[in-house]
Design a protein around this ligand. Structure first.
Ligand code: SF4
Ligand code: SF4
Length: 58
């Protein structure tokens, strides 16, 4: 399983960035991007995204 941002759905609000406990989320071209090498799959970011742009995928 990986946690990823659906770029087409992300509105660039940056809400998720400070919520990640390991600093795995960065903004790139006004979209959130998750560094898979850092992500621990805690799913905290999924809960805070106001437009449900972050998904856990198999
Ligand atoms: S699942 Fe957790 S560790 Fe991974 S990007 Fe989201 S908040 Fe960060
Ligand atoms: S919280 Fe959601 S909409 Fe806002 S930057 Fe993060 S992924 Fe994009």
């Amino acid at each position: 399983m990986i946690v990823k941002v659906i770029a087409d759905d992300c509105v660039g609000c940056e809400t998720c960035v400070p919520e990640c406990p390991v600093g795995a989320i960065v903004m790139k071209d006004d979209k959130a991007v998750i560094d898979q090498a850092k992500c621990t799959k805690c799913k905290k970011c999924i809960e805070v995204c106001p437009v449900e742009a972050i998904k856990a995928q198999d």
